[in-house]
Design a protein around this ligand. Structure first.
Ligand code: PLP
Length: 406
């Protein structure tokens, strides 16, 4: 008899986006004359930078010719891209990361979801609330949690992110082994200072723990005092893995390219305390289960690091940050408090009522779609996430409608 992994039965159906879609479609049916403005999703809306398109075209042409054709590439990614990343994203910022510590992949979603495979089932996992759901659900699938009760899985250490702690999780009181951090944060848009991040690194050292640091939104950091990488913190090489993506900086959500940094010293332990290097284990895992990102896509990602590419990406980010600034300005003028927006495409607004009530009010009265915070975890109740990923015209129009309503 073929039997299933019953851990999958513990998973809560992801009602959030299907529920939103259902309500939006019913509203549209009842009000076909209203032009709905979506500020709910985390997907980018602008086309790829021109340098990326040019690089894609050139690489596709290379694939047509026997002399320049490329078949299977290295599972870890081509050296040209790994070297560009190491230089620009790390060494130029004083972070000591080399090209061979970088693993190119087709998404930070897969990597943040897959990395937990390297660890024992009995480890204690600490996850922020509210959270990007992939960290939680993949640990549920792996059998590290108990059942879902009162809005939470048993055996997970939830790290509350609330107004009182600036939406930045505090060090857990109990010992934990695996810690997920995401800055700038999805969904709250909060950031972390160097000193705060250094405390996490010290905690991980002291407790022989590991930090999985998701920096998918790092390119939105405009405050120079904030760290973009955990590897800007001394000592992090031993205790942290970092995830990055080209999705949000260069608009690769549909093109797919990301990378994971696993420093050579980064370690975990076997049952009797023997030290093992995660670089070797992740390399083994990737070589077994992954066959690399397509050559044209890696060339397109490489183009991001040219002078022209950097200028075009800066322009793209500035476009979305201008949207975010407008949303912050208007919500503040209307008397709402919020987090994020300054170094993040997300604005986390205290709706002063239940998340879904605010969502319904906004949709029914203005035709604007946001994301109810309660969908990201228990601590998200009462908040809504507004995304800056849309055209400036649409954001302006949405904010005018909201101003009239509130
Ligand atoms: N990490 C966070 C925090 C995200 O919000 C997202 C996407 O929304 C991802 C990772 C996924 O990135 P990718 O498109 O590279 O899979």
């Amino acid at each position: 008899m073929i039997t299933i992994n019953e851990n999958f039965l513990k998973l809560q159906a992801s009602y959030l986006f299907s529920n939103i879609a259902k309500r939006v479609s019913s509203f549209q049916n009842n009000h076909p004359e209203i032009d709905i403005i979506k500020l709910g999703i985390g997907d980018v809306t602008k086309g790829l930078p021109k340098v990326c398109i040019d690089a894609l075209h050139k690489a596709v042409d290379e694939m047509a010719d026997d002399a320049s054709f490329r078949g299977y590439g290295p599972e870890q990614g081509y050296a040209f891209l790994r070297e560009a990343i190491a230089t620009h994203d790390f060494q130029n910022r004083g972070a000591d990361i080399t090209a061979d510590e970088i693993f190119i992949s087709d998404g930070a979603k897969c990597d943040t979801g897959n990395f937990q495979e390297l660890f024992d089932q009995d480890i204690t996992v600490a996850i922020p609330d509210p959270v990007y759901p992939v960290y939680l659900d993949t640990n549920v699938m792996a059998g590290r949690t108990g059942n879902y009760q009162d809005g939470r899985y048993q055996n997970i250490v939830y790290m509350d992110s609330r107004k009182e702690n600036d939406f930045t999780p505090q060090l857990p009181e109990e010992r934990v082994d695996l810690i997920y951090l995401c800055f700038p944060n999805n969904p709250t848009g909060s950031t972390i200072t160097r000193d705060e991040l250094a405390e996490w690194v010290a905690y991980a050292k002291e407790n022989k723990a590991l930090i999985l640091f998701d920096a998918a939104y790092e390119s939105f950091i405009s405050d120079a005092s904030l760290p973009k990488s955990i590897f800007e913190i001394a000592g992090a090489r031993e205790v942290a893995v970092e995830f990055r993506s080209f999705s949000k900086n260069a608009g690769f959500t549909g093109t797919r390219c990301a990378y994971t940094v696993v420093p050579k010293e980064c370690r975990a332990f076997a049952g009797k305390g023997e030290k093992y290097l995660l670089h070797e284990l992740w390399n083994r895992r990737q070589c077994t289960k992954f066959n690399g990102v397509s050559y044209p896509v890696q060339r397109a990602a490489e183009a991001v690091y040219s002078d022209e590419g950097q200028a075009q990406v800066t322009e793209l980010i500035a476009y979305y940050l201008k949207n975010a600034a407008l949303i912050c300005e208007k919500m503040e003028a209307l008397g709402y408090t919020y987090a994020g927006g300054a170094n993040s495409p997300y604005i986390w607004v205290d709706g002063k009522m239940k998340s879904w009530d605010f969502f319904d009010m906004l949709l029914d009265k203005t035709g604007v779609v946001c994301t109810p915070g309660a969908g990201f975890g228990r601590c998200g109740e009462g908040f809504i996430r507004i995304s800056a990923f849309n055209s400036y015209e649409n954001v302006k129009n949405a904010m005018e409608r909201i101003e009239k309503l509130l």
